[in-house]
Structure formats: structure tokens, C-alpha cells
Ligand binder design. Sequence first.
Ligand code: NDP
Ligand code: 8X3
Length: 260
Amino acid sequence: MSQSWALISGASSGFGAATARLLAKEGWNLLLTSRRENRLASLAEECKKFGVSVHYEAWDVRDRHETETGVQELMRSAGLAESSDEPSLSALVNNAGLAVGKGPFDQGDDDDWDRMLDTNVKGLLFLARACVPFMTRGSRMVNMGSIAGKQVYPGGNVYCASKHAVDALSQAMRIDLVDRGIGVSQICPGAAETEFSNVRFKGDDRAAANVYKGYDPLLAQDIAEAVAFVLSRPPHVCINDLVIMPTAQASAHHLHKAHE
Ligand code: NDP
Ligand code: 8X3
């Protein structure tokens, strides 16, 4: 059995779930988290069929205390100890996040802003800080950024700001962890068909489906493969930043819709 452990946040859906399936197939042991426990339970059963160990804990990454205790519990289940060389947490895929709403900032909703900033920025920080003590030289962190962290677009304001923060934090974390030999990577996808737009449009599934009509968007599997690639580099190589777009999307502003 492999000694490599990866913790994946946002594992109940989209990129996180696809990454869990792919890493399990590659022999990684997994620690999974998100809020929806029932989904984690069935994903864990699916991944275990590849012969790997899988543990899961459900919590909300916006809650600092829950994040600290959730991480401690997962590490205890996996038999990973703080500040110990072997075995350690080989990878953190810091992926949980969301957009809520899309409109001009001056019509913005306080609750939407809190959800995005507290999840995408503080949640990412809480999880990274809780995991670092369990990581050693050669461990890797992969933060899920976005094209929205490189460019801004109409109605993107606060979501874009949160992903620009992920871009800045990924650079900062790389600096802060370099002397410990922990590599920090950021993956920045463009439009990908997951539950992302269903959440952004608050359950308006027709509005969500429209986002992906007329072209071939990225699939969760495309991003899972990128995560697996980043994690499979030899120890002296760190992929700092990967921007991955659908071929039909030239920038956050340029989406070629050939068919409806
Ligand atoms: P999904 O909505 O399919 O998945 C989002 C995941 O994040 C879910 O597993 C959800 O789990 C989890 N999550 C959300 N809020 C919280 C919270 N407060 N606490 C714990 N977990 C939470 O979307 P994607 O897979 O597309 O999104 C994954 C990441 O990729 C996000 O950071 C998103 O911003 C980013 N991204 C998405 C793109 C896209 O076009 N789809 C493009 C670029 C980046 P649960 O609800 O069970 O808690
Ligand atoms: C998700 C991609 O372009 O909807 O981060 O912001 S986009």
C-alpha cells in the first residue's frame, strides 16, 4: 500500500471529486472533506475500490475551529503526526470554493460577499495553516485559483477579488514555505462545467446550463489530470502556476460560442 496521503477539500463535487477518483486510481491514500457528508461517504467507498485508504470528515472551511479540529481528526485517522518526517501529508489540494451571484458590485448582497470571501480566502488560509505542520520536505500544496484571479469581468467583482487573493496567497505561501521544501502550485481554470454555476446562480439550473451552451467547456476530469500532473513532478520541480482554458475561451472576456 502507498504511503502517500493527499487531503482534498471540496471533494463532494466537481474538481475535488474528480481529483479524488483519479488520485485513488493512481494509488494515493485520501483524506476528503467538504460540508456534504453523504457525498463524501459514497465517494470514499468508490475510491476504496482501488485498494487505497480513505478517510473523510465533513465541516465548513469558513469555521476556523472546525477546520483545525477536522484536520486533526483526519490526520489521526491516517496516523500522520505533526513535525514528523514519515509518514507525512504528501499533498494538500486546497480546492473548496464558490461564486455566489453575478452582478454589479453596487447591487451586491452582503451574504454573498461574506460567503465568497470567507470560503475562498479565509477558508483556504485556515486549511493551509492547519495542514502545514503535517507536511514535510517534498510535500506539495495545490491551490485552486481561477482565470478570475488573473482577469476581471463584468459581474465578477467580489469573486474575482477572492481569486486574485488566492493568486497572491499562492505566491506568498511559496515564499513562506520555500525553506521547508514544500512546493506551492496554483491551478487557474477557465469555464468548467461542474456545479459551480448552479451555486453561482443560486439553484437557477437553466441560467447555469446557459453558461456552458454553444462551446465545449472544460470538464472536471481535465482539472483532475492537471492536479495529478502537478503532484507527479519530481521533487526538484514545482509547477508554480497553470492557467487552463477551454479552447473556445481566449480570455475571461472572449468566449467563442459557435453553436447554441
Ligand atoms: P463545485 O460547486 O462543483 O464544487 C465546489 C466544492 O467546494 C464542493 O465540494 C463544495 O462542497 C465545496 N465547498 C464550497 N463551500 C464550502 C465550505 N464553506 N466548506 C467546505 N467546502 C465547501 O465547483 P468546482 O468543482 O467547479 O469548484 C472547485 C473550485 O474551483 C472552487 O474553488 C472554484 O472557485 C474553482 N474554479 C471553478 C471553475 C469552474 O468554472 N467550475 C473555474 C475556475 C476555478 P459542499 O457544498 O459539500 O461543502
Ligand atoms: C470560475 C471561472 O470565469 O466563471 O472561476 O470566473 S469564471
